[in-house]
Design a protein around this ligand. Structure first.
Ligand code: IPE
Ligand code: IPE
Ligand code: MG
Length: 259
């Protein structure tokens, strides 16, 4: 068994078998996850939606821990969209409380695993106390060289592209250059995800076949994996299954089948 998992996976277990099938030379470099289905998970149990969000925190821990053990370059989690402000105030408040709680209680572990934390999205639009907790986690882990964990908060893909275009055009104008010379690289350099590898694999839980304004630019050639599993039930075994499925895909990037 891979040494990084020896302390958390029992030999000969179903997880060990899945792990054994993974080709470590061809891991996705960057995995992005739309964490969806917390509300339905709670409803199935006759509970309020917040109960589902709370259960989802354990799945976040599993994804972050597994990504670090797999040595992925980057993992990006969609936690709160620009559209999620339409939800009841009580639910939004609970989500923000949970986020702060997660950052406070997990920071030492994240740091120990050499994970570099960052938040992406319109962070200035979040509550001051949330911004503070984000700043603490970002600063503490700034020099870590392991997996880069980006949490998308008050994030919208269209807004990100508009902002990146504005900055890229400003840069051109400051250099006395014409907008006609704007390139894809100029826009990419101004996205929140600048410097991260391409998103190879995008996972969405809860069976919804849509992007919901997530990483619109970055998903151009990502492999997409949708599982019926609701987010609170999405754990290490499912991450392995998603990676194994990814490793079976043939990525052509517009070209033709490799012989
Ligand atoms: C979590 O799942 C996604 C977040 C916005 C935190 P949902 O809260 O969207 O759950 P469903 O889709 O209603 O089941
Ligand atoms: C997408 O889930 C946003 C996050 C996971 C943060 P939603 O539950 O908000 O998406 P829709 O409304 O089903 O498209
Ligand atoms: Mg949802």
């Amino acid at each position: 068994m891979h040494e990084n998992f020896a302390e958390v996976i029992k030999p000969n277990s179903a997880e060990a078998e899945l792990l054994g099938a993974i080709d470590f030379a061809h891991l996705p470099q960057h995995v992005a996850v739309i964490m969806d289905g917390n509300g339905r998970w709670a409803r199935q149990r006759g509970e309020r939606r917040i109960f589902g969000h709370r259960a989802g925190v354990e799945s976040v821990r599993a994804i972050v821990d597994t990504s670090a053990r797999l040595n992925l370059k980057a993992v990006t989690l969609y936690a709160f969209s620009t559209e999620n402000w339409k939800r009841p105030k009580l639910e939004i408040g609970a989500l923000m409380q949970m986020l702060k709680y997660y950052l406070r209680t997990e920071l030492d572990e994240i740091h120990r695993q050499s994970i570099k934390f960052q938040a992406i999205g319109k962070i200035e639009g979040l509550d001051k106390s949330v911004q503070k907790q984000i700043a603490v986690a970002t600063e503490k882990t700034a020099n870590n060289t392991g997996t880069i964990l980006s949490v998308a908060l008050n994030y919208g893909g269209r807004a990100e592209i508009v902002e990146a275009c504005k900055k890229a055009i400003e840069n051109l104008q400051q250099n006395g250059d014409s907008v006609a010379n704007l390139t894809e690289a100029d826009i990419e350099a101004n996205l929140y995800t600048r410097g991260l590898p391409e998103v190879d694999l995008m996972i969405r839980t809860s069976g919804e076949m849509r992007i919901s304004n997530f990483l619109l630019w970055q998903l151009a050639y990502s492999e997409i994996y949708v599982t019926e599993t609701l987010f609170p039930d999405f754990r290490r075994r499912e991450i392995f299954e998603a990676i194994l499925d990814f490793q079976k895909r043939e990525r052509r990037f517009g070209g033709i089948e490799k012989k």
